[in-house]
Design a protein around this ligand. Sequence first.
Ligand SMILES: [Zn+2]
Length: 338
Amino acid sequence: MESRFFVLNDTEELQTSDRHISSLHFESSRTLFEEIRASINNSDEEDHSFWRPVLPWGGGLTIKAGRKAVSCIPLYVRIHLKNTCTIDGFLMILYVILRDNQCFCRELAVFLGKDFVEKFLHLMDSCNYTQVKLLWILDRMSKRQYRSEVHHAALEIDLFGNEHENFTENLENLMSTTQESLCSNWNCPTRFQDLIKTTISISPPHELPQRDPIQTAVDEYFCSKLIHCSELGCNGLRELSQRAFFYSPPPFVVLNMQQWKSEELSYVPYHLALCRHRYLLEGATLFNKEEQHYSAAFQIDGCWMHYDGLRTDNLILLHKPPELLLLSSLVYVRAPDR
Ligand SMILES: [Zn+2]
């Protein structure tokens, strides 16, 4: 059934529909990022929300069936997106990072493709929010990561799940790190191992240090160590080398913070040393356990904002940390070389 909708991958079709939708929007020479930045500077004491919603939760789009779907009746199909908060917050943060650091676009293009990066920025700037989510889903996600069903000639894509699976794991090798290890036992079945991880998930230190538990956890993640070998029947000691980025230190990193309790997170550092590079806090994604819902916070020019796709005013200035939310991730950007 889904093969009928291959038309979505047709670049020509996506572009035609882009032009149609962007003509409905307010024509502006400013990027969405510049619009948000201008709103921050013009906002008065009373009004902490923005002039229009950005990236609303969910999404809907009617597409014209193309040549490949000529046998498809009706000729127009509807696409519904559900539970998109597992990608929305990260897409907002990714957009802000790329627009605020133009030089990162080329670096990210090495991993995600130049075409993807250009399309992503164009769709965000022209407020084609459903298309930008579809671009992520079809270009970056694998089919096993979401559910899709056809209801009355409408395709429904449901992204309910974990945001690290739906977003972070689809960043290719951007954050890949490698750690070599050698077991002291000559008879160990896999004496030498090269452990590659594509995401960075840090756990709280066993004993919480006096200061900066996050920096301590990151240091522990990257440092060399000696552990008991976990190979079955082996009682050797395994020496792990320092962990290093597979490629160069990435323009930004996402730290998976799901293992941390809120009491362990009383202090979140603005500066982070990572593999001999300096990183600066850019944003965070947050999880509401009761509603099973993700939102995000990020900064522009030092002003912090909270984005929640489900709210009517979905982007607001933040004067204190959002309450009742668990930290799902921290996003740091690489500081410019001094
Ligand atoms: Zn061993």
